[in-house]
Each structure stands twice: as structure tokens, then as C-alpha cells.
Design a protein around this ligand. Structure first.
Ligand SMILES: [Zn+2]
Length: 314
């Protein structure tokens, strides 16, 4: 990318620098748009779209180029350069810049990592990835790797929601229950064994003894798992009873109680607790095991306007 010898907005005539009217209009517009709230990237995109030439035949604008212009005090005029904008306009842009860097600067904290580690898309069950850009904080969002669902939500909003849900559970730990009627979530090991039993009973040449042994093994393991789920529920309740209402996000409590988060297209979230209990920010929704979530996801997908792998399709 080449640079100009004379700043954009000016041209050389008979050895002196004068305004280039056409370009100077663009400079004014850039300052106005920036003060009006457009981010550097959007301004650059707009310049490209309008095919505004930076150099003859070249309109390859990027946000750094726009930023250098916003920072360039020569546009206010000096002994060498005629003024394109007023000092008031220049200062207004500086103020916008300062506000953006204080209000919207959000650096990912160490404690945020567990929060964004396991967020699932409520449309398809896919993993939601946190997208952020240190220069353009307005752009912080989550994207589903599978269905491309995009949710504009910041980690700090997410933490506020989590804290609210956890506070409701702290206020009423008895809400958390272990599902008694078959809703418990089987471990992969048991699912595998169950499949094997089904295959064996369907086959003709299997010894009854072998199948029986496996059925007993499987039942025992299931019993252990259900017992441990009750145990987890008891531990969760004890944890919440012993915790005072949170005034801000607690990484410790989050890590102790939450396994995963599901996020909906409108930004609503649910916490999946260690025992499989699902607590949402609309209401405490009750126990759903992970297979249920996948079923809900399947149902949602049917009514979901974003096709799976939407980007790849034409
Ligand atoms: Zn998805």
C-alpha cells in the first residue's frame, strides 16, 4: 500500500500546497461521520464502496488510514497547510476518540475465560465462539460455529446475567432438584453399554448369560450415576446456602456450580448446572438433560431462519 507525499485533501500547485476541493470535502465528511458515531472500519468501508480514490486508481481504504486522518492536526491549518476543518471539529473528534477508548475498551480478563469456554447455541447445540476486537469494542459478539447464529452480547453483559441467575438460586436453593423420573443424563459409557445390550438382544447367536451380565453391570453403573447426581445436587445446594448474595460476578461460584451456558438468538441465556439442572434468566426452568437441549435445538432449527452452514450456501 503506497502512501501519498501530500496529505489527502491537498495538492501541490506551483510549489505550494493548496486545497484539493474534491478531497477536502471527503475529509470533512470523514470527520463528521466519525463525530456522528461511525467507527473507523465503517468509514473505511463506505469510502471503498463509494470508490473514493486515495491515490490515482486506488481506493483501498482501511481503518488505519482513516485513523491517521482523524489524528492529523494539519487539517486545522498552519503556515504550510490551508485549513480543511475547524479546530472545534478536530477537538470534537478527539473527544469521541477518548470516550470510545474509555467506555468501550474491554480487555478480556483472566476470569472471563471460564465464562466463554463452554457456551452452546440454543438453535443447534453448536459451540458459540466469542469474537472481539480490541480496537472496535462495539463489535463484541458470539458466533455459532455450526449455524452461524450471531448474538451481539458482551462478556460483561453475560456476567451480569449469570450473576442475576446465581443470585436467584442463592435466594432459593430448593429450586434446584434432581429429576427423579428418568430425566437423568446417561454417561457416554452407559449409553455405549445400552447400545450393546440392544444389539446383543437383537442378535440370535448370543449367550443369554453374557447379555444378562452386561445388563446387570449397566444397571449397577446407572444406579451409581443417579446416586452421584443426587450427591452433586446436595453439594450444589450446600454451596448456594453458604453463599451470600453476589454484588458482582463470582468466578469461584460459577466454576463450582455451572457446567455450560446456552444462549438464544435474543441473547437470553440458561445456565446448565453441574447436576444437569437448567436455570434461565427468564425463569428458573427446571431440569433438562443435555439430550433434551439437543431436542429443543432440533425443534428450534426447524423454525430458525438461518440455514445450517448458511454461509457456504448461495
Ligand atoms: Zn447454532
Amino acid at each position: 500500500m503506497k502512501n501519498r507525499r501530500i496529505p489527502f485533501g491537498y495538492e501541490m500547485k506551483r510549489g505550494i500546497i493548496v486545497l484539493c476541493e474534491r478531497e477536502a470535502e471527503t475529509v470533512k465528511r470523514i470527520f463528521c461521520e466519525y463525530i456522528d458515531g461511525l467507527v473507523l472500519q465503517d468509514i473505511a468501508e463506505s469510502l471503498k464502496r463509494r470508490k473514493i480514490e486515495y491515490l490515482p486508481g486506488e481506493s483501498d481504504w482501511n481503518k488505519n488510514r482513516v485513523k491517521r486522518m482523524i489524528d492529523d492536526i494539519r487539517y486545522c491549518g498552519n503556515e504550510k497547510f490551508p485549513a480543511v476543518i475547524s479546530l472545534e471539529t478536530y477537538n470534537a473528534a478527539k473527544l469521541v476518540k477518548a470516550e470510545r477508548s474509555t467506555v468501550n475498551t474491554y480487555t478480556l480478563q483472566k476470569e472471563d475465560k471460564p465464562v466463554i469456554k463452554n457456551i452452546r447455541c440454543s438453535c443447534c447445540g453448536g459451540k458459540l465462539r466469542h469474537i472481539t476486537n480490541n480496537r472496535n469494542k462495539k463489535n463484541e459478539h458470539f458466533v455459532c460455529d455450526d449455524c452461524r447464529l450471531t448474538v451481539y452480547k458482551t462478556v460483561s453483559e453475560l456476567k451480569t446475567d449469570i450473576t442475576e441467575i446465581l443470585n436467584r438460586l442463592i435466594a432459593e436453593p430448593s429450586l434446584i432438584v434432581t429429576e427423579e423420573t428418568g430425566g437423568y443424563c446417561e454417561s457416554p459409557d452407559i449409553r455405549c453399554k445400552t447400545g450393546e445390550i440392544e444389539r446383543m438382544t437383537a442378535a440370535l447367536d448370543v449367550e443369554a448369560e453374557t447379555v444378562q451380565k452386561l445388563i446387570f453391570e449397566c444397571a449397577e453403573e446407572k444406579y451409581r450415576e443417579i446416586k452421584s447426581e443426587h450427591h452433586i445436587t446436595d453439594r450444589l445446594k450446600a454451596e448456594l446456602i453458604n453463599t451470600a448474595p453476589l454484588s458482582c460476578f463470582s468466578e469461584e461460584l460459577f466454576e463450582k456450580t455451572v457446567t455450560a451456558i446456552t444462549m438464544e438468538r435474543d441473547g437470553n441465556i440458561q445456565l446448565i448446572l453441574k447436576n444437569g439442572f437448567v436455570a434461565g434468566n427468564r425463569q428458573i426452568s427446571g431440569y433438562i438433560d443435555t439430550r433434551e437441549i439437543m431436542k429443543v435445538a432440533e425443534h428450534n432449527r426447524k423454525f430458525c431462519s438461518i440455514p445450517k452452514h448458511g454461509r457456504k450456501r448461495k
